[in-house]
Design a protein around this ligand. Sequence first.
Ligand SMILES: [Zn+2]
Length: 437
Amino acid sequence: MSHLVHLTNARLAQGDQLVSGDLWFDPKAGVFVPPPNPAPTSTVIDIQNRIVAPGFLDLQINGAYGFDFSEDSANNHAGISYTERYRDVRRKLIATGTTSLLPTMTSPSKSRDPFDGAESLGAHCEGPFFAHNRMGVHLPNAIHASGVTSEPERVLETYGARNLINTDGLSNRASPRSIPSNVRMITMAPERLGALDTIKQLSQAGIIMSIGHTAANYQQSRAGIDAGATMITHLYNQMNGHHHREPGPLGILGGAGDVNEENETRILKQDQKGEDTNINRPYFGIIADGNHVHPASIRLAQLMHPGGLVLVTDALLLLGGEDGTIDWLTRRLTKKGVSVTLEGTDIIAGSCVTLLQCLNNFRRWTGVSIPIALQAVTSRPAAVLGLSHLKGTLRVGADADFVVLKEEAVQGQCTSDLVVDQVWKFGVKVYDQATHE
Ligand SMILES: [Zn+2]
């Protein structure tokens, strides 16, 4: 057995508890291991009662630190290639606690080099198969060019079939450690013609289908979930709001579907167990930047379906930059604090927050405990991807991606903020606040 590392005196984020205990991992294999018996030579690290949580996963991030993931990979900026800039951004992101992400339009990481920064688990393709009146700041030309249909052939042609389906015919779920297809998740409006067929086919092939940028009513949203979609993209934003007679996409968070005998029995069983299960209920991304969604609506979403809530940043390249206005594709964007708008308007173009900031906002606005809040950036996004055994967990056999967090009191605020002290990727320390300039 190779040399192990033993973390002691830690508060481990496990389920809905912080549990005092120890943790072992193998830095060579990059995975958590069981407590060895008899104890071999191990490096012992005293965590001094700080929190050890799985590394954070961001399922929706468009760029950061001046770099847009969807830019042309042939681009060179002052002699620096796309690959180098992409790596640089992921290394900066890791200091915020994010150890894995779904970027837009890039390929998943093949290597297990901890110094490559936050690991790509495949692309999240947002668009162009949207409702034309719910496109947000996506380029109108691209949305209009996609027409109004989303038949499987058309979608495969747009993304490139080889990016969606592995040539071996393996689905993402069938091959958990490797990621056979470049695309991991697709956001689509379910009401477009042919969308339900596509959702069915691609979800069966292991692509995570998410409904969003949609004008769907309740029935159309329900049909998207019944066809195989398991997620809603940035809840509340770019979709119909809730109305008591036409509940829209928010209505499906209740989970009931049509009232029939089968559903009634399932829900009754759930209620009797007092569980919040995901039967017939999708996960949903939500942007807790204080700008996209009112804190009261975040609180409401948490009350409606706590087992589905996933914090995402939807961050743009302006994350980590100075306030001001920049050119972006054919537009101009203005950053002011955490808000990014189209220049001269109040149209929101994306966010400028880290997942850690979202986590702290979420705690403050909902009052949930630290371990429960952590689930929204760790175990739950991992579950969305079908990677619960590898990511977002401190369990034996999972990748040893974890963060060491401390609590910091904030003046005038009852909840403390969590601060990232250290980040470990594949069992190697890649960030330490104490030595970081
Ligand atoms: Zn969007």
